[in-house]
Design a binder for this molecule. Structure first.
Ligand code: SF4
Length: 96
């Protein structure tokens, strides 16, 4: 009986560890971030993306838009920028 109880306890601990691991992986995938990529060959430097996403976009040193350092790209605003860029020079990228 004692041996059976120990076996049950060990299996319970393994199950808890497995569930914790799954939970951590799920949390990590939820906590991914979005960023943006630009095609500077087609960008007309109109600035519309920076007007819309001024919280996370800025003009870079070469005169083209870029994501601010350590900025969090808002998914909905990012989608709007992709839709409204007149030269289709922006992509929204998910970083897991
Ligand atoms: S909206 Fe498009 S074309 Fe205008 S600056 Fe941004 S990336 Fe370039």
């Amino acid at each position: 009986m004692k041996r059976l109880k120990k076996l049950f306890t060990n299996r319970l601990i393994i199950a808890i560890i497995a569930l914790s691991t799954i939970s951590l992986v799920a949390t990590a995938s939820i906590m991914g971030t979005w960023t943006m990529g630009f095609n500077y060959d087609t960008c007309s430097q109109c600035g519309h993306c920076i007007e819309i996403g001024s919280d996370f976009l800025e003009w870079g040193p070469t005169g083209y838009p870029q994501v601010k350092e350590n900025a969090v790209v808002d998914e909905e605003i990012g989608k709007q920028i992709v839709d409204e860029c007149p030269s289709q020079s922006v992509i929204l990228v998910y970083l897991p």
